[in-house]
Write a new protein. Structure first.
Length: 173
């Protein structure tokens, strides 16, 4: 048996176990701090991220309505933004059985809430057309511009949040 500085082997083993325990404790504390930081970042920008995703989805719907303004029988679609935002933020879980996680670090689909899972509604036309198309160009343009301005405002707000974070990180170094 090897002895270091006259210490018996069982003393050395106890010191190694203590150092290993300290190392593992540091790993756990560091991991918890990183997870806490990630959850704080999620709380800071998560709402705006979801709102921008919904705005982008709505923009696609509205542009599709405008593109099909002359298509006979086309029904203009839209969705209620506030209800969609509640849907995306709700703690309900969506069941997906087709995907499985293969490692502990993978994100499970049980926590996934799809932005595109919002219920779409058909717009009631103010002036029905003979060919069955329900697209009213004035309404669509107004909704499109309103949504575009709100999207730009959201981008401005979230970029301001990131500038603030970057400034805090630079001042901390």
């Amino acid at each position: 048996m090897i002895q270091f500085d006259g210490l018996p082997p069982n003393c050395l083993q106890g010191a190694v176990e203590l150092n290993l325990a300290r190392f593992l404790l540091n790993v756990v504390v560091t991991t918890l701090q990183e997870e806490s930081m990630i959850s704080k970042l999620e709380n800071l920008v998560g709402f705006n991220q979801r709102a921008l995703g919904l705005r982008a989805t709505r923009q696609e719907l509205l542009s599709g309505n405008i593109a099909n303004a002359d298509t006979p029988g086309f029904k203009a679609r839209d969705f209620d933004f506030s209800k969609a935002m509640q849907n995306v933020q709700s703690p309900q879980r969506v069941q997906h059985s087709s995907l499985a996680t293969t490692a502990p670090g993978h994100i499970g689909m049980a926590d996934f809430r799809s932005i595109t899972s919002v219920p779409k509604q058909y717009r009631v036309p103010q002036q029905p057309s003979i060919d069955g198309n329900t697209v009213d160009m004035d309404t669509e343009r107004m909704q499109f511009m309103d949504n575009a301005m709100r999207y730009d405002a959201g981008l401005t707000f979230i970029s301001g949040q990131f500038r603030t974070l970057l400034s805090a990180i630079k001042e901390g170094n």
